[in-house]
Design a protein around this ligand. Structure first.
Ligand code: FAD
Length: 462
């Protein structure tokens, strides 16, 4: 008999959720984690520490920008960087310990160390070989760099180094205008760093609704971030103080460079599967280093599954969690399911940016008839009261059936507002269904309803 029903390798949001759900469904479960703490990239060096720093620096920004307007007069707070780092570390350890507690509560065994798979049904950790009926790979991802750019996590850093800099730098170049680059760029811009974002494409946040991206860039520029778009980085050369980033503008091949104390390379992430022994096992791989799986997250090796950042799809914690729950259901003989058409994406800047479903650009490419309902936060009383009236809600519905196809929001609490639309989409709702739903006043959510009204006979406050 096998030692465990299921062994999961990796305790990030994919792995730890799979472990807990499998245990809840009556399985004997172990989770292998090589890090000192549970929670993976997300809790240790990703979602959670970045949101702590975003929160702290947002508070600072509010005191400088808006307190006086509300009659709150007094000395503005100064930054104690060591204390801010300690706050962030406390938030992280509170969360990682929380997962340890949940493992104990659900009787999940934590096998401490780095796991390999010497043969189907076996996981080796240290000198011990553990057997299981099923194995789930949830080993996540790692930052990818540019060819020839050497990361030292001191001067030329990935997001991991950027979360623990010795002090906020005077100047920073961020390579890549994606979610991670813009969130961390915002953190340092609010701390007084001169931040320049260099992006290969001609727009920020690739893949996002073009109108939102344009508005977002305008707002971030007002907040002090500088952008160089359409620029292919040629080299990053370390000097005595900082580094020099050289790029070529794609439109005319002209070359330019900029010195910065810190260079943050935020050019994306790639699946992390090193050392697992997948090649020897004959595991089929997909594009860009992903592990290939079927609709039930099973690889081509029976009993070997994979989820999260290590497989295809958006590299998001909640996508990994959903797959973790679903694969556990499958392993328990139930029907695990993930609706990949309704996975929200959020950028936790101020204002927040959120999206779900299809963009106008995608619908145009598909030749599908659609209608758009848009509502600016300028018409929302609550947003105006808190100085967050920039931005808008954009709802996209099918031209014939009125069924909601997607939503794109830039504005206050966009990352929470988006879920009303996710639920509506899961229920196959029409824009009119949302428009007919009573929304409390004064809330930011009213802007969602107004956008739905704008899909029909028109918004009231626009
Ligand atoms: P991971 O979280 O990467 O966990 C994998 C774990 O497996 C790691 O702990 C690793 O140590 C372990 N492991 C790997 N190999 C082995 C082995 N052989 N043996 C034992 N253990 C192993 N996503 C969001 O949704 N929202 C956000 O706000 C957000 N912010 C982010 C900010 C930053 C700076 C970064 C870097 C990422 C952010 N992400 C965010 C992405 C999110 O962190 C990932 O999508 C998510 O963590 C993926 O979960 P996972 O379980 O697949 O893998």
């Amino acid at each position: 008999m096998a030692d465990f029903d299921t062994i999961i390798i990796g305790a990030g949001p994919g792995g730890y959720v799979a472990a807990i759900r499998a245990a809840q469904l009556g399985q004997k479960v172990a989770c292998v984690e090589g890090r000192e703490t549970l929670g993976g990239t997300c809790l240790n060096v990703g979602c959670i520490p970045s949101k702590a720093l975003l929160h702290a620096t947002h508070m600072l920004h509010e005191t400088h920008e808006n307190f006086e307007k509300m009659g709150l007069i007094g000395a503005a707070p100064k930054v104690d960087w060591a204390k801010m780092q300690a706050y962030k570390d406390d938030v992280v350890s509170g969360n990682t310990k929380g997962i340890e507690f949940l493992f104990k509560k659900n009787k999940v065994t934590w096998l401490k160390g780095w796991g390999t798979i010497p043969a189907p049904g076996q996981v080796k950790v240290g000198d011990d070989i553990h057997t299981a009926r099923n194995i789930v790979i949830a080993t996540g991802s790692e930052a990818s760099s540019l060819p020839g750019v050497e990361i030292d996590e001191q001067t030329v850093v990935t997001s991991t180094g950027a979360l623990t800099l010795a002090k906020p730098p005077k100047t920073m170049v961020v390579i890549g205008a994606g979610v991670i680059g813009l969130e961390l760029g915002s953190v340092y811009a609010r701390l007084g760093t001169e931040v320049t974002v260099v992006e290969y494409l001609d727009a920020i946040t690739p893949g996002m609704d073009a109108e939102i991206a344009k508005t977002f860039q305008r707002i971030l520029t007002k907040q002090g971030l500088k952008f160089v778009l359409g620029a292919a980085v040629q080299s990053v050369t370390k000097g005595k103080k900082g580094a020099t980033v050289t790029w070529k503008l794609r439109k005319d091949d002209s070359e330019a460079s900029l010195d910065a104390e810190i260079v943050l390379v935020a050019t994306g992430r790639k699946p992390y599967t090193a050392g697992l022994g997948l090649e020897a096992l004959g595991v089929e791989m997909g594009p860009r280093g992903t592990i290939k799986t079927d609709a039930h997250w099973q690889t081509n090796i029976p009993g070997l599954y994979a989820i999260g950042d290590a497989i295809a799809g958006p590299m998001l914690a909640h996508k990994a969690e959903d797959e973790g729950m679903a694969v556990a259901e499958v392993l328990a003989g139930k029907h695990g399911h993930v609706n990949y058409g309704v996975i929200p994406g959020v950028i936790y800047t101020t204002p927040e940016v959120a999206n779900v479903g299809l963009t106008e650009e995608q619908l145009k490419a598909e030749g599908r008839a659609y209608k758009v309902g848009k509502f600016p936060f300028m018409g929302n009383a609550r947003a105006k009261a808190v100085f967050q009236a920039e931005g808008f809600v954009k709802l996209i519905a099918d031209a014939t059936t009125d069924r909601i196809l997607g939503a794109h929001i830039i504005g206050p609490a966009a990352g929470d507002l988006i879920h009303e639309i996710c639920v509506a989409m899961e229920f196959g709702a029409s824009a009119q269904d949302l428009a007919l739903t009573c929304h409390a006043h004064p809330t930011w959510s009213e802007a969602v309803r107004e956008a739905a009204l704008a899909c029909g006979d028109g918004a009231i406050h626009a």
